[in-house]
Design a protein around this ligand. Structure first.
Ligand code: SAM
Length: 355
């Protein structure tokens, strides 16, 4: 029989709450640790240790886990990620399975869009709501330097097809690296705003496999804003942030009248310099079925072995609840007094956790 771990004080019913009063309703589920790009700030050029096939959750296990999250733990939205989720040939089957029992659940996909042109229609038919696409450069050479693959055209085409099919609102994720693509910030804003996409700059985080991140070298949110205002008027988006990771800004052309309507919105995800841990609503599941209460966590709680040993949904839900109850107050690398600034990089890098 599966072992039942009782964490002192953890609730035995209801949603995924923690000792600081936060409730996780936003589930990030990684489908695979594999990827067809090798972004320098995420993966090594070669030599990753992949999860073995038997350790990866199957489609049926994923569908069951999402059902437990929604039906027993009050999960309200699902983001599928990786690695690269399109690498999984059964992605459409997974989506159909989730949709069958969760007709209204918002399901989004974070993808690099390589091969999306051929899959987008099937993904939509299977129940996908919308996509987030990673795109750090609009220039082939820079794109290839950053991702170590020459696939910019494929990515742009994938985004076009998804947009035509209505897989929106589309969000574009960009990481800026000093001396490589940081000068592209205004160009990326221009490109996204004129296509109706929401661009989100993500601060480079110390989750890279090569361990080359340094605080001194990263492009901060403050620097991103300073670069963008050289070409655009930025005003805080008045909408409630509601626990979202991105701090949103309305975009207008320079010199726009005070009452001019916004041309678009951008977001800045400043996990390092302006952390939002106090409002975090996320619960993460790795591709091998482990709960991480925080992206930067060192602790993982396995659910897959429990599921495979015949545990009921209620038992799996309780272990998940227990794991989230222990969610740390903050990730520990901020200078704001929230954490201790005693950050140690977790063993798994971003692609293996699920970004
Ligand atoms: N393959 C998909 C993609 O490219 O969007 C999903 C996985 S990827 C790990 C998810 C997001 O994490 C991407 O937007 C990527 O840019 C971001 N990311 C990866 N490593 C990062 C790092 N060290 N700092 C900040 N963002 C990172």
């Amino acid at each position: 029989m599966p072992r039942t771990i009782t964490v002192q004080g953890a609730p035995t019913a209801g949603g995924l709450v923690d000792t600081f009063g936060r409730q996780a309703t936003d589930m990030r589920l990684s489908l695979t640790d594999k990827c067809n790009l090798r972004c320098t700030y995420c993966m090594p050029a070669e030599g990753m240790d992949w999860l073995s096939r038997s350790n990866l959750m199957t489609a049926e296990e994923i569908i069951r886990l999402v059902g437990i999250g929604v039906d027993q733990l009050s999960v309200r939205e699902l983001r599928l990620t990786g690695g690269e989720p399109l690498v999984r040939k059964d992605l459409e089957h997974i989506l159909e399975g989730i949709r069958r029992t969760q007709p209204t659940l918002p399901i989004s996909l974070t993808t690099n869009a390589v091969g999306l042109d051929k899959r987008a229609a099937g993904l939509k038919a299977a129940g996908l709501t919308r996509i987030n696409v990673s795109l750090d450069s609009l220039h082939s050479e820079t794109f290839a330097t950053l991702t170590r693959r020459p696939f910019l055209d494929k990515v742009l085409h994938g985004i076009d097809v998804a947009a035509e099919l209505g897989l929106g609102p589309i969000k574009i994720n960009a990481v800026l690296l000093r001396g490589i693509n940081d000068h592209e910030a205004p160009e990326l804003v221009d490109w996204a705003v004129h296509r109706g996409y929401e661009l989100r700059f993500i601060e480079q985080m110390p989750l890279d496999a090569d361990h080359v991140w340094t605080r001194d070298d990263m492009i901060t949110a403050d620097e991103i804003r300073r670069r963008v205002v050289e070409r655009f008027d930025l005003r805080p988006d008045p909408r409630d942030r509601d626990g979202a990771p991105a701090d949103r800004w309305e975009v207008r052309r320079l010199g726009a009248a005070a009452d001019a309507p916004a041309e678009g919105v951008i977001g800045i995800i400043a996990s390092v310099t302006e952390p939002f841990c106090a409002d975090c609503k996320r619960t993460r599941i790795t591709a091998d079925g482990k709960v991480r209460s925080c992206l930067f966590s060192h602790d993982e709680t396995p659910l897959l072995d429990l599921m495979r040993s015949g545990a009921s949904d209620a038992v799996v839900a309780q272990r998940w609840r227990d794991a989230m109850w222990m969610k740390p107050k903050a990730h520990g690398m901020d200078h704001t007094g929230l954490g201790d600034d005693d950050y140690v990089q977790p063993e798994r890098s971003m692609s293996a956790i699920g970004g």
